[in-house]
Structure formats: structure tokens, C-alpha cells
Design a protein around this ligand. Structure first.
Ligand SMILES: NC(=O)c1ccc[n+]([C@@H]2O[C@H](COP(=O)([O-])OP(=O)(O)OC[C@H]3O[C@@H](n4cnc5c(N)ncnc54)[C@H](O)[C@@H]3O)[C@@H](O)[C@H]2O)c1
Length: 434
């Protein structure tokens, strides 16, 4: 596959995350997309047979479903890599019982990428890898946790889609994620990272307002309140397993804040947390047994952070593990001279409120049927197929390097909150001694 078109698009994206955008009118739902102009089988390898790939009751994500709609009968999943082979076999069996059978009837299951490479059939060369394995197994340069580098080595011309976050190892490994980003850039591999909120029509409309009015962002204010009652994965509640709610989940809003605010001056990040062992941190409806998690690995209930962007603008983010029920409550406000752009409920039913100069009125915009999971897959495939001739359209909105920067910000927030907790405990202990 030629890498020239990619280089053109990726240079359009560049390292400044504030420039790239898509005209919101180009983001159309699955059922309104006109037929893809490419031809022939589109061979894909899926890494991970879990919820992000095949769906669950926890949310609208389900990459396989979007691939089926984007590629129709052209889709051929040539391999599914997952150490849980029974789970992989079960999802394939289910697919083969439906009208999308032709995409999965010849899919081979492998426990590891190495097994796939050993049994590789050139006639079924993949055009793309979709990596949805847990982040603790990727994003580094270490054997067994370096799947991106292994794919680059064995399949240098094959595109990559990687789920967020890029990794969840210790913060000392963040540099390794940046090394992976460099290797991807050097190879010119078409790569997209799954920060799908960037592809929301509402988000692209915010970009449009900023670009058309030549605005300079003054502040981003983000709030992410998850519905903890619905979170039943024990690993999510264990910092040693998932790296905690900022790195694993708040990452979406840290990324979106950066998308509008630009580069963060990491040295300015400060944060406070409300922890599980403080009176206000008691939760009455957890669906897991937290006593099975070592105290030092239990997650904070509230984390509130502020930082400076390189531009001088100020960012703030509050993550809460506080709500019950099912739906999350999330908002992002972006301010510029005379403007307030307020994105409400991006996960469930996005609404964008805009206040403009010279008026106290708040316009509201709704986006029924918007599907950012489809848009991110659709744009990525269009880039692989190079069917978009206009270099100003259909940019991949999040490169691996950009995603590394969001990962770095989330770790900086977690570590700043842990430092401030340690300082507070020290002061309390000293006061107790007196
Ligand atoms: N963008 C979103 O909104 C969104 C939503 C859900 C999940 N995700 C992301 O997708 C990723 C996977 O999450 P999930 O919910 O599907 O998890 P999951 O636990 O449901 O599935 C992960 C699968 O990967 C398999 N696996 C483990 N080690 C592997 C390895 N080394 N190679 C290949 N497969 C391996 C597991 O056996 C499991 O089947 C995470 O990074 C998560 O943050 C993103």
C-alpha cells in the first residue's frame, strides 16, 4: 500500500491538535452513507474479542458492527487474536448465525500475534489491524506488551486502529509509548486512536465556530461524572489493574480538553482527590466487593485538576465516581472572548449550547442519530482506501502521538492528586503527634 496519501493527510493533522477538523455535515450516520467506492475484499485482523470489538450492554461501542456497515460484503476478518480462544470462538459463532456470516466464516482464531505470524497466509494479507486488547498489554517497547511495534515489523504497510488509552503501565513507561509513536510516524503507517468523542458532530461544530471566528481559547472546563453502580468490572476499581479512573476513563475528557486547548504544560498540573477512606467518599451502591482490593489500590471518588496550556489558557477537569443508575453526566465548556461553547451529555444525547458576542442568548443544537464510533471507523477506512481526494477533508483526528500526550496528561493528574493526598496525610499525622 502506498504511503504518500497518508503522509499528506498526517502532515495536515500535524502535531498541533487544534488545527485538524472535519466539516460536521460530512459526518453522516451509518444508514445515510453512500456505498463505498473501493472494491475487493477488505481483510482485517481484530486483536481482542471483547466488548469494544463485539459490543456489550455497557454502552454503544461495537467496532465489528460499524465495520460490517462501512464495508458490507467486502469485509473479511481474516484473524481474531485473543488468548481467550473460547470467547473468540463464541463471538464468531454468533456472527456466523447472521447475515454477516461471509465476513467471519473463514476467520481463524489465534492466541497471540506470533501464532498468527507463524501461520500467515500471504493470500489473505490484511489491510488493517484493529487493536482492542486491554491497554496493559500494549503501548510499550517490552516483549509481550509491544504489539504495535510487532505489527509494524511484520506488516509494515498495514494500517492501525488502536483503542484508547495507548497504555496503562506505570508512569515510568510513558516514554516508551512516545517511542512507539515515533516508530509509527517514521514508518508512515495510517494510524488512528479511538478517542471517538473528537468525531462527534457537536465537537466538530465547536471546532467550526472557533476556526470561522478565528478564536483563541481562554479556558476549558470539563466534568465527567460516571454512573458507578453500572460498573461491574472489578479491574476498573483497582488502580493496579486499570491505572485508575482518570487514566482509564477520564482520558476521553482530558483528550477532548487538549483537542480544544492545545498542548498542556505538564509541569503546571495540580490536583486534589476525595478518597475511598474519607467520610465523604463512602459509596452505598457499588456492585463489586472493594474489600478484595488492597487499600492502596482503591480508586478515588473525586479528582479535581487544573493546568496551564502552552498558549496560556487554563484547563480544569473534575472526575466523579458518584452517580448511580446507568447514564453518565458529562460536560465540557470552552471559552473564548465573547463565546461560550458548552457540550452536554456527549455519550447519550449530545447537546451543544452556544453563547455568542453581543447577546445573552444561548443557542442550542441537537444531533440526533450521530454515531462517533461509526465516524471514526469510517474516516480511518477512507484514509486507508484513499477515496477522499480533497486533502482538507476526512482527517484522522487522533494520531498515536496525540493520544500519548493525552495519556501523559492523565498520569500527571493522577500523580498530582496522589502527591497532594500524601502531603495532607503527612500534615495530619504530624498534627496528631502534637
Ligand atoms: N472508546 C470507548 O468508548 C471504549 C469503550 C470500551 C472499551 N474501550 C477500550 O477498549 C479496550 C478493550 O476494552 P474491552 O471493554 O473490550 O475489554 P474486554 O475485557 O471486554 O475485552 C478485552 C479482550 O482482550 C483479550 N486480551 C487480553 N490480552 C490480550 C492480548 N495480549 N492480545 C489480544 N487480546 C487480549 C481478552 O481476553 C478479552 O477478550 C480498552 O482499552 C478500553 O479502554 C474503549
Amino acid at each position: 500500500m502506498a504511503s504518500t496519501p497518508l503522509s499528506r493527510r498526517q502532515s495536515a493533522l500535524g502535531s498541533d491538535s487544534r488545527r485538524a477538523s472535519i466539516d460536521p455535515s460530512r459526518l453522516v450516520p451509518m444508514d445515510k452513507v453512500s456505498a463505498l467506492s473501493g472494491t475487493g475484499d477488505f481483510n482485517v485482523v481484530f486483536v481482542g474479542a471483547g466488548n469494544i470489538m463485539f459490543g456489550s450492554d455497557e454502552g454503544p461501542w461495537n467496532h465489528s458492527f460499524r465495520f460490517e456497515h462501512k464495508l458490507g460484503p467486502r469485509l473479511k476478518v481474516v484473524a481474531l487474536i485473543d488468548p481467550a480462544v473460547d470467547r473468540a470462538a463464541a463471538v464468531l459463532q454468533k456472527k456466523c448465525e447472521t447475515f454477516v456470516k461471509s465476513a467471519y466464516e473463514n476467520t481463524r482464531v489465534y492466541k497471540t500475534l506470533d501464532d498468527y505470524v507463524k501461520n500467515y497466509n500471504r493470500k489473505e494479507a490484511p489491510r488493517a489491524f484493529v487493536v482492542g486488547s486491554p491497554p496493559m498489554f500494549r503501548g510499550t517497547t517490552q516483549p509481550g506488551r509491544d504489539i504495535e511495534l510487532q505489527i509494524l515489523h511484520h506488516f509494515p504497510d498495514t494500517a492501525l486502529f488502536i483503542e484508547k488509552p495507548v497504555a496503562t503501565g506505570p508512569s515510568s513507561e510513558i516514554d516508551e509509548a512516545f517511542k512507539v509513536a515515533k516508530a509509527i510516524e517514521e514508518k508512515g503507517t495510517i494510524t488512528s486512536v479511538g478517542y471517538m468523542l473528537r468525531y462527534l458532530k457537536a465537537v466538530q461544530m465547536m471546532k467550526q465556530v472557533i476556526e470561522e471566528n478565528n478564536l483563541t481559547v481562554m479556558a476549558t472546563i470539563a466534568r465527567y461524572a460516571c454512573a458507578y453502580e453500572a460498573i461491574a468490572k472489578p479491574d476498573w476499581w483497582n488502580k493496579a489493574k486499570s491505572a485508575g479512573p482518570i487514566v482509564e476513563q477520564g482520558t476521553h475528557f482530558c483528550d477532548l480538553s487538549r483537542y480544544f486547548g492545545g498542548e498542556v504544560d505538564i509541569s503546571t498540573v495540580s490536583a486534589h482527590s476525595l478518597e475511598w477512606d474519607e467520610n465523604a467518599g463512602h459509596l452505598s451502591k457499588m456492585s463489586i466487593d472493594e474489600t478484595a482490593i488492597p487499600p492502596e489500590n482503591r480508586i478515588p471518588r473525586v479528582t479535581a485538576a487544573t493546568w496551564k496550556y502552552a498558549s496560556g489558557a487554563v484547563g480544569s477537569f473534575t472526575h466523579l465516581v458518584a452517580l448511580q443508575g446507568h447514564d453518565y453526566s458529562c460536560e465540557l465548556e470552552v471559552y473564548a472572548d465573547g463565546y461560550q461553547l458548552k457540550l452536554v451529555n456527549p455519550y447519550v444525547q449530545p447537546v451543544l449550547y452556544i453563547r455568542r458576542p453581543g447577546s445573552d442568548h444561548e443557542e442550542s443544537h441537537r444531533f440526533p442519530d450521530d454515531d462517533p464510533f461509526f465516524s471514526e471507523i469510517s474516516v480511518w477506512i477512507d484514509n486507508i482506501e484513499d477515496i477522499e481526494e480533497d486533502p482538507e477533508t476526512s482527517h484522522i483526528l487522533c494520531s498515536f502521538e496525540d493520544a500519548c500526550k493525552s495519556y501523559q496528561l492523565t498520569w500527571a493528574i493522577r500523580e498530582a492528586s496522589e502527591r497532594s493526598r500524601a502531603e495532607r496525610l503527612k500534615i495530619q499525622a504530624e498534627a496528631g503527634k502534637q
